[in-house]
Design a binder for this molecule. Structure first.
Ligand SMILES: Cc1cc2nc3c(=O)[nH]c(=O)nc-3n(C[C@H](O)[C@H](O)[C@H](O)COP(=O)(O)OP(=O)(O)OC[C@H]3O[C@@H](n4cnc5c(N)ncnc54)[C@H](O)[C@@H]3O)c2cc1C
Length: 568
């Protein structure tokens, strides 16, 4: 039986220590708040570490934030909220310079200026980068900065948040967390809680996302009544390795790589004659999948990415990680021969609905980063806009939460809630042997989502996917685990995460069935056109206390860019 310890109390509790969480923590600490930051892995192992290609900002004098904003709006297929997009793009240059000043070693050209590379859907080369390890470079520098604030900032590394807490008025007052080292449960009270717990890629198989990206925050917020938005919008990245789903960064096409079908044709000429390989990701992924479906790909369902078009010296300097990935995981020297790739699940545009200060529909609860939906990405995220999103809205959430906390008393938590969580964990540990394995259910979930809710969708497939997910939701609570101990019991965590992924998958399918048009990443073969008259609106999903998600709508904010036909 686990022990329930004392209750740490902080002005601001941040769940997640990727780029969004760390940036929020710095902002809140700088504003004078006491802060706790929690992560289920060591912070620099957060999935932001995998970000490769770079971060967007209209910093060059000949570029403008308006151009960046328009590209983002167009990339979103007009589903992004333009007030939030304006904020993100306007604040991007200062954020980039802040990162530079605190020590991020962005690439510089021989004349000493910050260097840029082109990215998809952008009308100017405005992606700043550190070779192809940009996320790692930023994450480590932010982590150094957190150390400076050790007197007011407590780090809880390898702690797993199981549930968010609410008082009788519905205000979020903290979270319950399990110390992975010894299985101890602890209640964290806070005046404000910021969810920064990342995306949900593991609900799909394959995915470019690591094993820890299991939709925890999205499901936790949904379970206490928060509204989710744009859940149907799941991004398939055009260049992932078949089988394992590893990402070949868009930076490769930014540096000049071509896409070729099995007949050697540069097929993007047919789909995006102006932008070619650097059209938006949804457009390029659909083009590839069309080539594959119509028999012009390779028999293993792939096409070629030809990085040999990039000078070898440049590839070895600016794309060295994907040189390693090609060699180690596909046996291909990308500097000398093309590599087989295909569209693969990469990013979830939807998430916990927030305003531009990170506030969710639950008082006291904020969300920032991939867990959130502001919505700056709408139907399709532009490459290199996610790191920017994490930092801008992480910072804004941290600042806002710190300011709110100043005027509030510290809440307390009813003991019964903790006992409930303890009982549910004990129930997992004590499940009868037999039933399906957690891993088997997860595997079926991932392959189901990848089959029925991928680049092309239709009503029949989505309904089939939904039925399967509903069945898996029945099976999951019976899946037994082997490890009954308390020390780093990843079996228990895996069982809890499976529940989160199933909730997230269910909301994605419900939203995808609901949107009867094609927009951004949602391409319905049964409704192939975009239909602004009926569907220029967000789909909001919430738990209705009943068994199935409830669907609502909310308007898209349009400030200055009326919807147009979208061509590249
Ligand atoms: C391979 C790859 C390459 C990418 N490249 C780029 C790029 O070049 N440019 C770009 O803009 N975007 C890129 N992206 C997207 C971008 O990296 C992510 O969207 C972004 O880093 C997410 O950051 P985050 O802070 O929201 O979440 P994460 O970095 O995923 O952090 C989540 C945090 O939450 C914690 N957490 C989760 N659940 C719990 C729980 N239950 N209890 C406690 N802690 C929890 C985790 O431990 C972690 O600390 C890439 C993505 C991938 C997968």
């Amino acid at each position: 039986m686990n022990r329930i310890a004392h209750m740490p109390s902080h002005d601001v509790l941040i769940i997640g220590a990727g780029l969004a969480g760390q940036r929020a923590a710095l902002a809140a600490a700088n504003a004078g708040a006491s802060v706790a930051i929690i992560s289920k892995v060591h912070p620099v192992r957060s999935h932001s570490v995998a970000a490769a290609g770079g971060i967007n900002a209209a910093l060059n004098p000949e570029d403008s934030w308006e151009s960046h904003a328009f590209d983002t709006v167009k990339g979103s297929d007009y589903l992004g909220d333009q007030d939030a997009i304006e904020i993100m793009c306007r604040e991007a240059p200062d954020e980039l310079l802040y990162l530079e000043h605190i020590g991020v070693t962005f690439h510089r050209s021989p004349d000493g200026h910050l260097g840029t590379r082109a990215f998809g859907g952008a009308s100017a080369a405005r992606t700043y980068y550190v070779a192809d390890i940009t996320g790692q470079a930023i994450l480590h520098v932010l982590y150094e900065q957190l150390m400076k604030h050790h007197e007011q900032l407590d780090r809880y590394e390898e702690w797993f948040t199981t549930d968010l807490l609410q008082d009788e008025d519905g205000r979020c007052t903290g979270a319950i967390c399990r110390n992975l080292r010894d299985g101890r449960l602890e209640v964290f009270n806070a005046k404000a809680v910021i969810l920064a717990s990342g995306g949900a890629g593991q609900a799909f198989k394959p995915t470019t996302n690591g094993l820890i990206v299991t939709g925890d925050g999205i499901a936790q917020a949904y379970r206490i009544g928060a509204t989710l938005m744009d859940m149907e919008m799941v991004q398939y990245h055009p260049t992932t390795l078949a089988g394992n789903g590893f990402l070949i960064t868009e930076g490769a096409r930014g540096e000049g790589a071509w896409l070729l079908n099995a007949q050697g044709e540069r097929f993007m000429e047919r789909y995006a004659p102006n932008k070619m390989e650097l059209a938006s990701r949804d457009v390029v992924s659909r083009a590839e999948q069309t080539e594959i479906n119509e028999g012009r790909g390779f028999p293993d369902g792939t096409v070629f990415l030809d990085v040999t078009k990039v000078p070898r010296k440049r590839t070895l300097e600016a794309l060295r990680e994907i040189v390693n990935i090609g060699r180690d995981f596909a046996g291909v020297d990308i500097t000398r021969e093309p590599i087989k790739i295909r569209p693969g699940m990469h990013y979830i545009m939807g998430g916990v609905k927030t305003d531009s200060d990170g506030l969710t529909t639950i008082p006291g609860l904020y969300a920032a980063g991939e867990v959130a939906c502001v919505s700056v990405h709408g139907g399709n995220r532009l490459g290199a806009n996610s790191l920017l999103d994490t930092l801008i809205f992480g910072r804004r959430s941290g600042e806002h939460a710190a300011a709110q906390a100043k005027a509030m008393p510290m809440p307390t938590t009813p003991a019964a809630t903790v006992a409930d969580v303890q009982a549910s964990i004990d129930a997992i540990i004590n499940r009868e042997p037999g039933g399906r394995r957690v891993a088997a259910i997860k595997d079926e979930l991932g392959t189901t989502m990848n089959q029925y809710c991928a680049v092309f969708r239709d009503a029949e497939g989505l309904a089939t996917g939904y039925e399967i997910v509903r069945r898996l939701k029945q099976e999951a609570p019976k899946a037994s685990i082997d490890d009954h101990g308390t020390v780093f019991n990843q079996d228990v965590i895996g069982a809890i995460e499976l529940g989160y992924m199933l909730d997230v998958a269910e909301t994605i399918l419900v939203a995808a069935m609901e949107r009867k048009e094609s927009r951004g990443a949602q391409y319905r073969t049964d409704f192939p056109a975009r239909n602004d008259d009926e569907w220029l609106k967000h789909i909001d999903i919430s738990a209705n206390g009943a068994d199935e998600p409830k669907v609502d709508y909310s308007p898209v904010t349009i400030t200055r860019w009326e919807p147009q036909e979208r061509t590249y």
